[in-house]
Design a protein around this ligand. Structure first.
Ligand code: ZN
Ligand code: FE
Length: 242
């Protein structure tokens, strides 16, 4: 079964995701801003029924209060961030599976960007909502966790099936590709030249580079390819200074 995911643009480079369950309920993932979500819902004659959250940063939860007020939406978010995100209706725990009408998802606790960050994996639909943990050709900054935690979190995502569609919460791909190219060598640099040209073309038309596909990330994302936490840390620190 396929889930039809809509990308809603917010702020400079955030994506908020919307989809419908088989029962016609509308789910919104990481609504950092209510305005573009309400515009989208109005345009399609929908309401917001369920909100899914990956972590507590404002650009992911800033629109929650307004959507709850307007639609009475249920809020499902990381059990590990209940102190940072007050008022959640369901506390999502690592390793648990949650039914969402006719679909279901697994929760993967992926600390690093924040300590309580979770990713939502819809196995049957081959879809991953990874918030600010994994970006296309990049990864989130390590704000709260350790470099080792972030490395382990990314490695957990790396064992998901190759076909998995990766829904990252930011359009950072072009800048990430420039950094990946900068640290690549030989054949991989040639690959990335082609990749950068493709990304540039997509972005010229203001089209999203998201979703990515996990196979592509495993092949070209330097943060996923890092062998061990020490190498990961070296690359992450180089990117922070790039
Ligand atoms: Zn964040
Ligand atoms: Fe973010």
């Amino acid at each position: 079964m396929s889930l039809n995911i809509t990308l809603i643009k917010a702020f400079q480079d955030n994506y908020i995701f919307a989809f419908q369950t088989g029962n016609g309920r509308t789910v919104i993932v990481d609504p950092g801003d209510a305005k573009p979500v309400i515009e989208y819902l109005n345009e399609h004659n929908l309401r917001c029924d369920i909100i899914l959250l990956t972590h507590h940063h404002h650009d992911h939860i800033g629109g929650v209060a307004a959507l709850v007020k307007k639609y009475g939406a249920e809020v499902w978010g990381p059990a590990t961030e209940t102190k940072r995100i007050p008022g959640m209706d369901k506390h999502l725990k690592d390793g648990q599976t949650y039914a969402l009408d006719d679909s279901s998802f697994n929760v993967m606790h992926t600390p690093g960007h924040t300590l309580g960050h979770i990713c939502l994996y819809f196995k049957e639909n081959e879809i991953l909502f990874c918030g600010d943990t994994l970006f296309s050709l990049g990864c989130g900054r390590v704000f709260e966790g350790t470099m080792e935690q972030m490395h382990n979190s990314l490695q957990r995502l790396a064992v998901l099936p190759d076909e998995t569609s990766v829904y990252c919460a930011h359009e950072y791909t072009a800048a990430n590709a420039r950094f990946a190219y900068h640290i690549a060598e030989g054949k991989e640099q040639e690959h990335l030249e082609k990749v950068m040209a493709d990304i540039a073309e997509t972005r010229t038309n203001d089209m999203p580079t998201i979703p990515s596909v996990l196979a592509f990330e495993k092949e070209h994302n330097p943060f996923l390819k890092a062998k061990g936490a020490t190498e990961f840390e070296k690359i992450r620190r180089a990117k922070d200074a790039f």
